[in-house]
Ligand binder design. Structure first.
Ligand code: TRP
Length: 443
């Protein structure tokens, strides 16, 4: 069976694909607006704490489970233990539907903004007008849905053909370009007149402001940004051959993802203050702030277009990993052909995304506890299901499958992994307790 599955060509190819999954809208769109809503620096520091203590270990656990089992999340839990653990994989597959449904809506926004930047949106440099333009766009009942459909269509087409080959090559070229553009935009943002207040907001924590909801949001964001808790990294690990060092790969992917989130913070938050926007503006923050930054640099229309194209590509590489969990499950466990699986799952996800898109316009008045449909999907997946998945994945790696995961030569973690005992202790105690405590506090 393992022979029929595709495999990543090289260690670098795997790291790039996993980093491609991790780096996406979570870093550039979600992290800055969550930091803006949740006290800036406080959020940053709690987030970094979760990445170091929990994120890194859960990522290693997912890679190890996937490579050892060579299966999708459901099949992996079945193969390594079975029983009720299989439900953890099942929840992951379910999460793939939920997350991609709203992720694709925002992915569509980035595609739309690439088009709009190229066709004159940025010519009007007035920050307030740019803010209103965004509100008008996402509130429209039709236009964002067309881009949502386009985003899903590309995702389905690529995943229908199999994850590797093309993607590895595309990421290798485009992601470094995105990185360079991020650096340039950070520099522009922090040197804007009035940016100082934003830098202080992002770097000087006021720990008296900490509350349960904020800590839950930081934990949820750590899982979301690293693509953890639903088996995406189990699935990618399953396409890995025994040669690659898993702890090294986990460290690389985690570091890259964190670096890019922090850079996105420096790109957005100082500019938010410089232009007098509200840091708590929510999901639109990046999309109202960035065009204002572009209107302040020479060749803004060109760089704006390029940036949104690259961000759309980064979003696509994340979307592939989300739908791949569902597709791998349908292919491995249900014997459905890859093409049919990708088309079927993609269609359901597209439909599920429609109410999320409409919740910024015609359906914005349907709310529960102040949350619209989009917010509820995001909250359920990111703040509840991913951390819950993280608890079970940690417990499974630490208590149930640890000996199997460590078996050298069988696709396990190499014997020479000196921190194995510490990793096991984190999986057994630290991560489950910290996550459970955070979840309970947040409610
Ligand atoms: N991590 C991606 C981002 O930051 C989103 C993503 C891809 C994801 N795969 C995932 C989130 C699996 C949770 C689980 O944009």
């Amino acid at each position: 069976m393992a022979g029929e599955r595709g495999h990543f060509g090289t260690r670098l190819g795997f790291i790039l694909a996993a980093a491609g999954s991790a780096v996406g809208l979570g870093n550039v769109w979600k992290f800055p607006y969550l930091a803006g809503e949740n006290g800036g620096a406080v959020f940053l520091f709690i987030y970094l704490g979760f990445i170091l203590t929990i994120g890194l270990s859960v990522m290693l656990a997912e890679f190890a489970i996937g490579r050892r089992a060579q299966r999708n999340p459901v099949g992996a839990f079945k193969a390594l233990k079975g029983g009720p653990w299989v439900a953890v994989g099942g929840m992951g597959v379910f999460c793939g539907f939920i997350i991609l449904s709203f992720y694709s809506v925002v992915g569509g926004w980035t595609v739309a903004y690439a088009v709009k930047s190229a066709t004159g949106l940025l010519a009007n440099g007035d920050a307030k007008a740019l803010g209103n333009a965004f509100g008008g766009f996402i509130g429209d009942p039709v236009e964002p849905l067309i881009y949502h459909a386009l985003f899903m269509a590309v995702t389905m087409a690529v995943v229908a053909k199999g994850v590797h080959g093309g993607i590895e090559r595309v990421c290798r070229v485009l992601m470094p370009v995105l990185f360079v553009l991020l650096v340039v935009l950070c520099i522009r943002s922090v040197t804007l007149p009035g940016a100082g207040a934003g830098i202080a907001f992002f770097l000087e924590p006021d720990f008296s402001k900490v509350n349960g909801a904020m800590v839950t949001a930081a934990l949820g964001q750590a899982f979301f940004s690293l693509s953890l808790g639903m088996g995406a990294m189990i699935t990618y690990g399953s396409y890995l051959s025994a040669k690659v060092s898993l702890p090294g790969a986990a460290l690389w992917v985690t570091s890259l993802d964190t670096l890019i989130a922090v850079m996105a913070g420096f790109m957005i938050l100082p500019a938010v203050f410089a232009f007098g926007f509200d840091p708590g503006a929510g999901p639109g923050l990046t999309f109202i702030t960035l065009p204002a930054v572009f209107s302040q640099i020479p060749g803004g229309a060109f760089f704006g277009t390029l940036f949104f194209v690259l961000l759309a590509v980064a979003a696509l590489t994340s979307a592939f990993s989300l739908i791949e969990v569902v597709v791998a499950y349908l292919v491995d466990e249900r014997g459905i052909r890859r093409f049919q699986a990708a088309m079927g799952a993609g269609f359901v996800i597209f439909i599920l995304g429609i109410p999320s898109s409409l919740s910024f316009g015609v359906w914005s008045s349907y709310t529960v506890a102040g949350k619209n449909f989009f917010d509820i999907m995001d909250y359920l997946a990111s703040n509840l299901m991913l951390p819950a998945g993280g608890i079970f994945i940690s417990l499974f790696a630490g208590w149930v499958a640890f000996p199997k995961l460590m078996e050298a030569g069988e696709g396990g973690i190499e014997k020479s992994f000196r921190l194995a005992r510490i990793w096991q202790a984190i999986c057994r105690y630290v991560a489950p307790v910290a996550i459970a405590w955070t979840l309970i506090n947040g409610l």
